[in-house]
Design a binder for this molecule. Structure first.
Ligand code: CUA
Length: 200
């Protein structure tokens, strides 16, 4: 039995395919619009790629689940554990709960120019969170933890906006975060409870 080398076979297939493509008659106008739509697709894919690699805009990477109906019984997202905490390594972790129609805790202060890890959960329905001037824009899906690391560029009051329609009060669902100069910020005194959102 003769074994044909595999590479020339595929080359031939490719050549045939290109020849067939060439043989198809495409109207000039149609060709123009095919090119335009391919360019538009290329532009969007390019924007997503640049955002992902250079601006750090990514969908939450870890699929981490949480029981939204019993957050008050959950160690990590119990009421006293919400807000700003500094862990043993000095990393700042902020836990926030979204519910119709507010973000809890209602007010937090964080330092500027410092990487902050925000962990969001919903206590009821689908919410979103958008903080202008940062990469913070994510859905808060009930049953999942949305974790995003961000940095506030400069001190000031930053609005926190819900950007997923969540009911009649959706347009009133916003709050703000006070961002304080790095050197003026002091960590709140709180007993740190380790991450991990299992409801054990
Ligand atoms: Cu919460 Cu819209």
């Amino acid at each position: 039995m003769q074994t044909e080398p595999i590479k020339p076979k595929y080359e031939q297939l490719l050549r045939d395919f290109v020849a067939q493509l060439r043989a198809i008659h495409i109207d000039q106008l149609e060709r123009k619009w095919i090119t335009i739509s391919l360019l538009v697709i290329g532009l969007f894919v390019g924007i997503i790629t640049i955002d992902a690699f250079f601006h750090g805009v990514n969908p939450p990477s870890k699929v981490e689940t949480v029981d939204s109906a019993s957050l008050h019984l959950n160690k990590e997202f119990a009421e006293d554990n919400l807000g700003v905490q500094v862990d043993e390594k000095g990393a700042i972790v902020i836990r926030m709960v979204a519910g119709r129609y507010a973000f809890f805790p209602k007010h937090i202060s964080v330092p500027a120019e410092t990487p902050l890890t925000l962990r969001w959960v919903s206590m009821d329905v689908l919410h979103g969170v958008h903080i202008p001037m940062t990469n913070m824009s994510t859905m808060i899906v009930p049953g999942y933890v949305a974790e995003i690391t961000t940095t506030f560029p400069k001190p000031g009051e930053y609005p926190v906006l819900c950007n997923e329609f969540c009911g009649l009060g959706h347009n009133h669902m916003w709050s703000n975060i006070s961002v304080i100069a790095k050197e003026d910020w002091t960590a709140p005194v709180k007993s740190a409870v380790k991450g991990g959102s299992s409801n054990d």
